[in-house]
Design a protein around this ligand. Structure first.
Ligand code: 5GP
Ligand code: ZN
Length: 116
């Protein structure tokens, strides 16, 4: 199901511009518009899911796919040896601003813990 006014659905459908770095039948990955690290990619399902709270047991293969693609992209961007961060923000207190499930892949600098 596509949501015509969802920016990430539009990117996945190539109806809105983005620097796409990977795509297959189920997921798409592209550069974040406002990168917070030297490498900042977003890995999304093609199917519109508003957040992690919307997933069901049927989505377990899809969740696995999001993370195997993130790991593959981390390797391709030479992030493996130093390390990198994957993040899913869920809801307003976590700072989610686009309500189409996405995994942030951040790398190329040191990250602090706990996050702000
Ligand atoms: P959230 O805050 O929901 O976890 O992350 C949303 C991310 O999407 C932000 O890092 C933001 O910079 C990025 N973003 C928002 N709109 C666009 C867009 O139109 N294109 C791209 N490439 N990234 C976007
Ligand atoms: Zn969407």
């Amino acid at each position: 199901m596509k949501e015509t006014n969802c920016i990430f659905c539009r990117i996945a459908e190539r109806q809105a511009p983005a620097k796409i770095v990977y795509e297959d039948d189920t997921v798409v990955a592209f550069e974040d518009l406002h990168p917070q690290a030297p490498v900042h990619l977003l890995v999304i399902p093609r199917r519109h899911l508003p957040s992690l709270q919307a997933v069901t047991a049927e989505d377990e293969p899809l969740l696995g796919r999001l993370f195997t693609v993130a790991a593959r992209l981390a390797r391709e961007h030479q992030l493996e040896s130093k390390g990198y961060r994957t993040v899913i923000n869920n809801g307003s207190w976590a700072g989610q601003s686009v309500f189409h499930l996405h995994v942030h892949l951040l790398g190329g600098r040191v990250f602090r813990w706990p996050p702000g």
